[in-house]
Ligand binder design. Structure first.
Ligand code: CO
Length: 134
C-alpha cells in the first residue's frame, strides 16, 4: 500500500546551523525557511534527487516538537513520511489492522498542502510515521 518515501523530518535545535550543515557541508539544495503556524513549526526543505529532508524548528508556544527537542538536545529524526494514493483507504486499512491513528483520525493538510495522517510510534517500531496522499 505505501509508495515512495516522501520525506524524512529531522527536528533541529538551531535552524541556521542545520541549514549550513546541509547546504555547505553536505552540498545539498536547501530552500528558504517556511513558517507553518498551523503545525507549530518552521520548515526548511532539503531537496534530494530521490526524496526530501525536512528540517523542523519549533514555531510559537506549544510546538509539537518542543518536547522532542527537550529530550533530544542535539535534534534527531522526528518522523518519516510515506506516500499513499488514497488517505481514507489507508486510514481504514490501518484501523482494520489495529494500528492507532494520532489525533482525531481525520486527515489534516500537511506542509505540502496535501492530506496527512500520523500513526502511533508504538505500532511502528518506535518510529512516528506520517502518511501523505499524493
Ligand atoms: Co512530515
Amino acid at each position: 500500500m505505501i509508495g515512495r518515501l516522501n520525506h524524512v523530518a529531522i527536528a533541529v535545535p538551531d535552524l541556521e546551523a542545520a541549514v549550513k550543515t546541509y547546504r555547505d557541508v553536505l552540498g545539498a539544495k536547501v530552500c528558504e525557511p517556511q513558517d507553518e503556524p498551523d503545525h507549530g513549526v518552521t520548515v526548511v526543505f532539503v531537496e534530494l534527487d530521490n526524496t526530501k529532508i525536512e528540517l523542523l524548528y519549533p514555531l510559537g508556544e506549544n510546538s509539537p516538537i518542543a518536547g522532542f527537542l527537550e529530550k533530544n538536545k542535539s535534534g534527531g529524526i522526528h518522523h518519516i513520511c510515506y506516500e499513499v494514493e488514497d488517505i481514507f483507504a489507508a486510514r481504514d486499512k490501518m484501523l482494520s489492522e489495529g494500528a492507532r491513528i494520532l489525533g482525531s483520525g481525520e486527515p489534516k493538510l500537511g506542509a505540502h498542502k496535501k492530506p496527512v495522517l500520523f500513526l502511533h510510534p508504538k505500532d511502528f517500531n518506535g518510529t512516528l510515521v506520517e502518511l501523505e496522499q499524493v
